[in-house]
Structure formats: C-alpha cells, structure tokens
Design a binder for this molecule. Sequence first.
Ligand code: PA5
Length: 446
Amino acid sequence: MIELNFSNMMDEIIGRSGLSESTIKDFNKTAENAHAKIKKRLRPELAFLDLLYQDTPEIKNIAKYIRENTENFLLLGIGGSALGPRAILEAISPFHNLQRKPRVFIYDNVDPRTLKNILSFADLKTTSVNVISKSGSTAETAASFMILWDEMKKVLGGEAFRRFIITTDPEKGNLRRIVNEHCLMSLSIPPGVVGRYSVLSPVGLLLAEVIGTDSNELLKGARDMHEKCTEPDLLKNPAYLFGTLLYLMDKEKKRNIDVLVPYADSLKPLSEWFCQIWAESLGKEDKGLTPYPSLGTTDQHSQLQLWMEGPEDKVLIFIRVRDYGSDIKIPGVFKEVEGLSYLSGHTLSELIMAEEEATELALAKAKRPNMTIIVPEINAYHLGQLFHFFELSTAFTGFLYEINPFNQPGVEEGKSLTYGMMGKKGYEEKRKEVEAQRAKRDRWVI
Ligand code: PA5
C-alpha cells in the first residue's frame, strides 16, 4: 500500500510553521461533515466512486482488436480526457514507442505542428483513433476528430469506420450521435463522472489495456485505497488527512501553493494530472489551492532554492519510490579523483533516494512544511491507489472549502468567446464582444 508520511508537517518537527496534533484532532468534526457528503453521495458526480467496481470485458475486447489490427493508437482528447491516459502511459510503459506496438500518440492540443508531426510518423493505414470527450462538444477535440475522420477516410475508405473508438457520454452529445449514425465502436463514460475524475473509466482503462496492462490491476489498487479511506477519523484516513493538512496550511499558515514532486521521471505526467484535478476542482469562489508540478531530483537544481528561502507560501509534497524495479551501479572509475570516487559502488537508486531524503530534511530544518507519499513500486496496482487517493482527497477538500469540486464555471467564458470567434451558432453576441475588445487589445504593445 502507498503511505503518507506527514511528520514534517507537524509542529514538533518544524516548530511554529507546523500543525499540532490537537489541531488535526479538533478538525475531526468538520471532516465528518465533509465525509457525510461523500457517504450520502450528496452530488451525482461522486459517481466516480462506482468506477472501482465496473466490469472490463468490453474494454478488453476493444483493446485486443486494436492491438491485433493496428500499429498506432492515436488518442484525441483534452484536460481530463487526456491527462489521465498520459499519466498511465508514462508511468507503466516509459519510452513506449521505442520498444512496443501499437505505438501511442496523445494529441491534446490544437497545435498544428504537433498534429502534422504525428501524421507524418503514424501511417494512418495501420492506425486506430480513440476520440475521448465526455461532452462531445469540446472544440479542440472536435477539430482534431474532424481532421482525422477526413484523413482516415481518404486513406482507408469504408474501413475507416472500423478504426474509430469513441469514448463519450452513453446517451447525449455530438459524438454519441455520430456513433449511432455511423455504427462506430464506442465506450461510455458514466453520466455522473466528470472529466478530471474519469481516469479509471474507459478514458484511462482502454489505453492501459492497449499497452498491455491489466486494467483490473488499476481498479484493484483503487479499491484497496478506498478500503483504507472509509473512516471519517482523519488519522485513519490518508486521503482525508492529505486534504485536511493542505486545507489547514492554507487557512492557518497562509500557505496555499502545493508543489508535487515525484522522484521518478515516469511519474511526472501524474503530477500534471494531479495539478489539473486540484486546480480545476478547488479554484473557485475566490478560494483554492495552487498546485504546481515538479520533479526530483531535476528541480533541486531549478526550484529548490525558492522552496528553501523564498516566500513562505508553499507546501512540498514528495513522492518517494521504494523500489524502482531496476538499478544501475556506479562503476569504480576515476578512483584517483576524490571528488567523484565517493560515488563508486553505490547505485543510482541509492543516490536518488538519498537526495530525496536530504531534500525533505533540509526543508524541515528550514522549517518549511513538507510531506511524503511513499510508493512501494511503480505499477498499475499502485497507480490505481494514487489516482483514487488524489480523487477522493480532492472531492473531500472541495467539501471542506464548501465549494462544488466537480464544476468549472470559470472555464466557460473563454469557451464561449472562442465559439463566437469561430462562428458557432448562438454565440453571435460573443463575437461582437471580441471585436469590440480588439481595438483596446493592441493599445499597449511595444
Ligand atoms: O475535468 C473536466 O471536466 C475538464 O477538464 C474536461 O475533461 C475537459 O474540458 C474536456 O472535456 P470533454 O471530455 O467534455 O471534451
């Protein structure tokens, strides 16, 4: 099981910058209210909890078809429809495209240069395309889908219809309509599940199966984590405790920037996934915690100075990996150079673990709060635990802030203005607004 070591958040270790055990215990009453909201399923979006018990044969069958019939798997989606799949791909199968097929391409933007590159590397004759959009109306995904639809038909003719797998709402939206009209393969994202809580739905599970990972392992990990997080008592519930510590750091110590620092290259996309769920779920009504993704040891040579001596507004969250699954010994070369020879005989995993421990300690000595999530090994089972841990923490923390952790009203205005500019029906007023603003937009340019 993954563990949460929060010693360096406590006043006994870091003095006045830390929290006392009694503060945490006294918070149990508030935590119980948030817990009750989850238990009573106060909001329909808590349906992400049901994903843990889903059946996977349909996902497995489609993945088998993709593996057996195609050499490239192109995923089109954005936000919650792409960050989770990418976190799975990188954590479980780093350097995937250099060693295994189908090669995987995740296109989660509308940068024309990127798509041109993908189209030049992936022969469409042997490509399957997974279009993921819960709403079926996201402009970025719609645009790339339309391009691929056209290109695939040019290359494959009628066969193209058998190469699209659409992951969307079971009943509603443009994509479901297209699925029905063209009899395309499809998978459903359950109605209540919103994008950033959907990694353990077919959104992430299909990709897992395509790269040869048993999706049931991800689900088993998530279920075991859920079992560990059923009690409202904070000291018995790591997901709630994680949210509570960060909430209290914000409220009591004015520390509202949460930096996630995995000490593993393959977990960097996981920290980007975390940043989305934390930011989009909690940042509203003038409240929220600002996450930023980082990487150990790399950022020790980039950000650590700021964490140690910069403004006292951050909490560091490390991810320590106990077993990297492989190791490399540093050889006994340059014996005569004392400044290098001390490394000989040690391994890279010893070095990375020493650096992580040293950074924790250095920060604690500087009275900078930090905590550590300990992952026994990077595999599907523990990844499932991490996903569920963060999802549950986020929903819980949203309830602590008394906001809705499942909507994103602040994203809508930008979308509507884009629709106006792109000529979508019903958004004519938005277009006029943009045009009126354009004169002012260029007033101060040097
Ligand atoms: O978390 C969310 O709901 C968003 O980030 C969505 O995932 C993102 O906007 C993409 O939406 P959709 O899946 O509807 O295309």
